[in-house]
Design a protein around this ligand. Structure first.
Ligand code: AMP
Ligand code: GLY
Length: 431
């Protein structure tokens, strides 16, 4: 890759991609930054390219024509659909796993069988495609149990069930009635794990692993971890206070490295971000899920703390030399509070005017579902904006994010008031 004046494209339009664009915009090595399709918050940082993330062919052709030096893919769907393969076929550099490697997220059955083969700690499980076999199994099982659709289901594919009746209902919906389409034609039924949940994301060049700082997400919609699962209502990093010292090497060696080496050995080298959703159980850390990308909103809480030029890390990844990189982190805390639309996650109401987004001080407003008309902003999705703040003191970072959450307004705004609660008590004790 040329030494400088690089042209870089970020694919996606959410808060995670806004954070990626924000971080890459600080790189001295990049002369032109593009986002496809991007969002209005990225204006001024990147040139927006009106091509949908679904249009893999058009994006690859555009990148070839514009001589883009590097593309970074934010969301999972284009990765699972093979965007990396399409770019690599044109000899275009890209950060992300191939279609086959992205099965670690795209097929929960693939991921579970891979983990079993490679002795990677995870909940015990069974896979079913046949309704009556699945029903026989859950009638004899211990509860609670977790039922997961095999494919991507936009957060609707995982349910925790407390009784045989509930399990039967879900199995019928997924396998028999086909409620989730293809994604639910195969299911994983697995053991329920108790413990603290953390997100540990690493980068890999196929052989080496670089772990980013751990983060926490808040998946449920309502305070106190109640209500439906969402894409994530807020995130904080680092989450070291949740992880016991002896658990870190287990996470790195028995989970992340074993996964990367296993994929290598099986002839499906994994490059890009690898997100391990973990449960820290009494019997050690176990994998709940793999994602083939950065988390959203975890990225918003992790990237502001990264001191190293992200482009420098990406170049080492492309050269297969991630082992020589030592990312430098701010010794600070970052908190991201997500404002969501009324009706999110089932049926978000959009088109409502947003006030207070301009002139926020001391916070990074990472846009997600925001549309711009003239000088005005309107809600355009379930998650609207992630208000993100950094401070040496965790409580102060949270307070800044919450002060902004009160200032930014739109009809039906909803957000959690307890982001970081799992860290605050422990971080206070640790200080
Ligand atoms: P997943 O998409 O597989 O991460 O599942 C979504 C959420 O369901 C996770 O973030 C956990 O909170 C919960 N979950 C998934 N699998 C389990 C499990 N085996 N035990 C307990 N909770 C789980
Ligand atoms: N925040 C969870 C995810 O990105 O999947």
């Amino acid at each position: 890759m040329k030494a400088e004046d690089l042209k870089v494209l970020v694919v996606g339009s959410g808060g995670r991609e806004h954070a990626l664009v924000w971080k890459l915009s600080k790189s001295k090595r990049i002369s032109h930054l593009y986002a496809a399709p991007g969002n209005p918050g990225m204006k001024g940082l990147a040139q927006l390219v009106p091509i949908s993330t679904k249009d893999t062919y058009m994006l690859a052709e555009w990148a070839k024509h514009e001589e883009i030096d590097l593309t970074v893919v934010g969301p999972e769907q284009p990765l699972v659909d093979g965007m990396v393969d399409e770019f690599e076929a044109r000899r275009l550099a890209i950060i992300g796993p191939t279609k086959r490697a992205a099965q670690l997220e795209g097929s929960k059955a693939f991921a579970k069988e891979f983990m079993r083969r490679n002795n990677i700690p995870t909940a015990s499980f069974q896979i079913f495609t046949d309704t009556s076999e699945a029903l026989d199994f859950v009638r004899e099982a211990n509860y609670p149990l977790v039922i997961k659709a095999d494919g991507l289901a936009a957060g609707k594919g995982v349910v925790v069930v407390d009784s045989v009746a509930e399990a039967e209902e879900k199995i019928n919906q997924f396998l028999y009635e086909g409620k989730l389409g293809e994604a639910g034609k195969r299911i994983v039924v697995e053991e329920f794990l108790n413990g603290e949940e953390v997100s540990v994301i690493a980068l890999s060049d196929g052989r080496h692993v670089k772990t980013l700082i751990p983060a926490i997400d808040h998946k449920r919609l309502l305070d106190g971890d109640r209500g439906p699962n969402t894409g994530g209502m807020g995130a904080c990093a680092p989450a070291f206070s949740l992880i016991r010292e002896r658990q870190l090497p287990v996470i790195e060696e028995e989970i992340l490295e074993r996964t990367i080496w296993g994929m290598w050995r099986e002839g499906i080298p994994y490059k890009g971000f690898l997100y391990a959703g973990l449960m820290l159980t009494e019997r050690g850390p176990k994998v709940l899920e793999f994602n083939c990308r950065l988390g959203d909103p975890e990225a918003q809480a992790i990237l502001p703390l990264l001191k190293t030029d992200l482009m420098h890390i990406f170049e080492a990844l492309l050269d297969g030399e991630l082992d020589v990189i030592n990312p430098d982190w701010e010794e600070k805390h970052c908190a991201c509070v997500v404002l969501a639309s009324e009706g999110y996650p089932e049926n978000p109401h959009t088109g409502r005017e947003i006030s207070g987004l301009n002139g926020l001080e001391g916070v990074l407003p990472f846009f997600a579902g925001v549309a711009e008309k003239g000088e005005r902003y309107y809600t355009a999705g379930g998650r609207v904006v992630g208000l993100t703040a950094v401070d040496a003191d965790f409580d102060k970072a949270l307070n800044k994010a919450y002060a902004a959450a009160e200032k930014v307004n739109f009809e039906g705004k909803q957000y959690r008031h307890d982001i970081g609660y799992r860290l605050t008590a422990k971080t206070r004790v640790a200080r």
